[in-house]
Design a protein around this ligand. Structure first.
Ligand SMILES: O=C(O)CCC(=O)C(=O)O
Ligand SMILES: [Fe+2]
Length: 336
C-alpha cells in the first residue's frame, strides 16, 4: 500500500516486522450506504469496516472511564489526561499485560504482583456501570449501545431475536506488549452456529502502528485448505467425526490460535494483511468462520505511547443455536 511505504510506518506483529508487500488496506464503508450494498460487502470480504457509526464522544467517554478505573495501577503517565491513555514511560509494559492475548484457557499472562493487580482490575472493569449499565437503569452502559444493536439487528434481519452476548473482552494493548495471534472466532464460539457477528470496537483513535486489528485478505479458499489440513490431521489422530467437530483445538495451538506469528502466516499462505488507522466511533463487523475471516493484531508502537484499547461485542440470533458459554462475563480460566 503506497501510503504506508511513503509514511515509512513500520508495522510489527508477534513474529517481527511486516514487509510492505505483506500489507494491504482495509476498505472502509459508510454506515449510511444501502443495507443491500453493505451486506454484499460483508459476504464478499468477511468484514465490514463502518466508519464513524458511533458518536465519538460516547466512545471517548468509555475510554476515559476505563483509564480512570485503571489509573491506581500506575499504568498512565503522571500528569496526563486519562482519556488520552498515555502509557507510563517509567513503567514496565510486562506489568500491564493484555488480557486475552494468548494465554491457554485465558489464564493469567502476567508474572509479577503488579501485573496480577492490573489484570484483576482489567477484569473488574467488565462489570462496572459505565460498561454494562447500572442496576437502576440510570446509566445505560457502553455495551448496551443502541445504535450498534439497531444496526446489527437490521443488517442481519434478526430483528427482536438479536442477543448481545454478555462475555466481551476489553483489551488493553500497552506499547510493545504481545498482540493477539492469528485466529478466527468460531473456534471460541464452536458450540453454536457460525453465524454470530463480532463488532470490534476501538475505544479511542488508533494510528496505523498503534496496534489495531488486521484482517487476512481473501480467506475463502484458504479457509477450505486449512480445514482440509485439520481434517486430515484429525483422521490421522484417530478422531471420530463427532470428536472432530468440536476438537479444532487439538490441531491448533493450545490457545485456539491458528498461529502465533502473522508474518510467517502471511508468507506461508501468500496473503496480505489488511491494515488501517482507526478513529473513535469506527466499528468493524466480522464473520466468525475461517472460510471468511482470519484476523490478528499488530503490536502497539504508537509514538506518543498511547495505549490501544478495544472491545469485542458479539451478537447472535437467539432463535438459533448459539454458544451459551458466552452468557457470562469474562473471567480467567473460563475454558474459552
Ligand atoms: O482486540 C484484539 O486484539 C482482538 C479482537 C478480536 O480478535 C475480535 O474482536 O474478534
Ligand atoms: Fe477475534
Amino acid at each position: 500500500m503506497a501510503s504506508i511505504q511513503q509514511d515509512q510506518v513500520q508495522l510489527h506483529v508477534n513474529d517481527g516486522p511486516l514487509s510492505p508487500d505483506q500489507v494491504g488496506e482495509l476498505q472502509p464503508s459508510n454506515p449510511s450506504e444501502p443495507m443491500g450494498v453493505l451486506r454484499a460487502k460483508y459476504d464478499r470480504d468477511g468484514y465490514l469496516f463502518l466508519k464513524g457509526i458511533l458518536p465519538r464522544e460516547e466512545v471517548l467517554a468509555a475510554r476515559e472511564a476505563y483509564f480512570r478505573a485503571m489509573s491506581s495501577t500506575g499504568v498512565l503517565e503522571p500528569g496526563t489526561d486519562p482519556v488520552e491513555g498515555i502509557f507510563n514511560k517509567s513503567a514496565d509494559p510486562l506489568d500491564y499485560p493484555n488480557i486475552g492475548a494468548g494465554a491457554a484457557e485465558n489464564s493469567r499472562l502476567g508474572t509479577s504482583e503488579k501485573s496480577h493487580n492490573f489484570e484483576d482490575l482489567s477484569i473488574q472493569a467488565h462489570t462496572q456501570d459505565w460498561y454494562i449499565g447500572s442496576r437502576d437503569g440510570k446509566i445505560k452502559g457502553f455495551t448496551n449501545n443502541q445504535t450498534l444493536r439497531d444496526f446489527v439487528s437490521e443488517f442481519t434481519g434478526w430483528d427482536n431475536h438479536i442477543l448481545s452476548l454478555k462475555r466481551t473482552l476489553l483489551r488493553n494493548n500497552c506499547p510493545t506488549n504481545r498482540a493477539i495471534g492469528v485466529h478466527y472466532d468460531q473456534v471460541f464460539l464452536r458450540y453454536g452456529e457460525p453465524t454470530s457477528v463480532t463488532a470490534w470496537v476501538p475505544l479511542g483513535d488508533i494510528k496505523l502502528d498503534g496496534g489495531g486489528l488486521i484482517y487476512l485478505e481473501g480467506g475463502e479458499q484458504l479457509g477450505e485448505q486449512i480445514e482440509n489440513e485439520f481434517s486430515a490431521q484429525a483422521i490421522a489422530d484417530g478422531m471420530t467425526e463427532e470428536e472432530m467437530k468440536y476438537a479444532f483445538n487439538k490441531n491448533m495451538m493450545s490457545t485456539g490460535f491458528l498461529f502465533e506469528g502473522p508474518a510467517e502466516f502471511s508468507r506461508t499462505y501468500n496473503r496480505k494483511w489488511l491494515v488501517t488507522a482507526y478513529a473513535a466511533g469506527d466499528v468493524v463487523l466480522h464473520k466468525p468462520h475461517q472460510a471468511s475471516n482470519i484476523h490478528a493484531s499488530t503490536i502497539n508502537h504508537d509514538r506518543e505511547g498511547r495505549i490501544r484499547l478495544g472491545t469485542d461485542l458479539r451478537y447472535v440470533n437467539s432463535a438459533r443455536k448459539f454458544d451459551e458459554r458466552w452468557l457470562n462475563h469474562f473471567h480467567f480460566n473460563d475454558g474459552l
